[in-house]
Design a protein around this ligand. Structure first.
Ligand code: NAD
Ligand code: UD1
Length: 339
């Protein structure tokens, strides 16, 4: 296992994973169409690690170009991050999500098969649990989707289970991320949303640097300790390390298996606001508004399977996430745009 193809490697989680891979001695090849990222992230990954990355600006749906990349390199596995992830946009433009995420993955699997490569780590999401009936959520909970983005993740999981059932050479680890937050401790790479953020942490950090005026807290009447929604925020560096554990696990030829990557701890929106204020020294103005349709009250992982079988568990906490998010955002108020 030494040369890894990372699709979507210029993005938020992908760039953090590239650092961990390079530091662990893997060779890394990134394919990204840059639809939601910037090559500056990879330049910074190289400067943090002092190591090189081969980069191809290629869309995973482009069979010819993907074929050429696979012909040039002998990969031992693929880590597949490439995908669109904005829930609201997926409701407005579902076909774009089905084309990019589902068809894109289909092409990737076909090319892998043609090149006799059957080892994959896939970026799934806790969204595949739909509206969970209880918490903590284990991998055996029923799966469902509440929007086209979620449906694309669920369909890709099903596609992988189908190919796994059709041919035992396939091994795929489905990593169901809970809520990624934080940034690399260097402050050089982090989350850089192109539009107004949908997710809580990047919204808070943009309020802190005054790019946005105030946070709207969606719902204050949930049955939680302070009435606001509870989630399992996980540091992106912990998440990145989970991919290395998944690569190790692939060597045992496990078939197609899902793992939750979360901390097992739930924090409310207001817990996150307070922790961020403490870490940054900035006040975060907010107002309590109506619930956002489709939001669950409480969502957090039972991550014991990943601990038992991947030998992985989250090591960083809310102070690390808020401190590192702030270091990234304050040092790069306009993300990678200024470079
Ligand atoms: P991101 O947008 O920062 O990274 C995705 C990368 O994929 C981007 O660099 C984008 O340019 C690239 N890409 C998209 N479509 C492509 C295509 N057709 N061909 C080549 N490259 C393409 O997002 P992220 O937060 O790093 O998420 C990575 C993966 O994890 C995604 O699949 C996402 O759905 C999944 N995920 C993310 C979260 C989260 O909250 N960030 C949670 C659960 C799952
Ligand atoms: C959302 C997506 C989910 C996706 C995940 C990662 C929805 C319904 N769910 O999860 O499918 O996998 O992002 O991309 O969009 N909040 C506010 N104000 C804000 C933003 C968020 O109060 O401006 C609250 C939300 O109501 C929620 C919490 O913060 O309680 C976390 O929200 P968010 O970061 O968007 O993540 P999820 O909703 O968990």
């Amino acid at each position: 296992m030494n040369k890894i193809l990372v699709t979507g490697g210029a993005g938020y989680i992908g760039s953090h994973t590239c650092i961990e891979l390079l530091e662990a001695g893997y060779e890394v090849v990134v394919v990204d169409n840059l639809s939601n990222s910037n090559t500056e992230a990879l330049t910074r990954v190289k400067s943090i690690t002092g190591k090189d990355i081969a980069f191809y600006q290629v869309d995973i749906r482009d069979r010819d170009k993907m074929n050429a990349v696979f012909s040039e390199h002998a990969f031992s596995a693929v880590i597949h991050f490439a995908g669109l992830k904005a829930v609201g946009e997926s409701v407005a433009q579902p076909l774009k999500y089905y084309d990019n995420n589902i068809y894109g993955t289909q092409v990737l699997l076909e090319i892998m098969q043609q090149h006799d490569l059957y080892h994959l780590v896939f970026s799934s999401s806790a969204t595949v649990y739909g509206e969970p009936a209880s918490v903590p959520i284990t991998e055996s909970f029923p799966l469902s989707a509440v929007n086209p983005y979620g449906r694309s993740k669920l369909f890709i999981e099903d596609m992988l289970r189908d190919v796994g059932a059709s041919d035992p050479r396939w091994n795929a680890i489905l990593l169901r991320y809970f809520n990624p937050a934080g940034a690399h401790c260097s402050g050089l790479i982090g989350e850089d949303p192109k539009d107004i953020p949908n997710n809580l942490m990047p919204y808070i950090t943009q309020v802190a640097v005054k790019k946005l005026a105030s946070l709207s807290v969606f719902g204050s009447d949930y049955a939680t300790h302070d009435g606001t929604g509870v989630r399992d925020y996980i540091h992106v560096v912990d998440l990145a390390k989970g991919h290395l554990c998944a690569l190790e696990k692939l060597q045992s030829k496990p078939g197609v298996v899902p793992y939750n990557l979360g901390t097992g701890i739930g924090y409310s929106v207001l817990d996150m606001v307070k922790a961020f204020e403490k870490a940054s020294g900035c006040e975060i103005p907010y107002s309590l508004v109506d619930r956002r349709p489709g939001d669950a009250a409480i969502c957090y992982a039972d991550a014991s399977l990943a601990k038992a079988e991947l030998n992985w568990q989250a090591e960083l906490g809310i102070e690390d996430m808020t401190r590192d998010s702030w270091r990234w955002q304050s040092g790069n108020p306009n993300g990678y745009e200024d470079t």
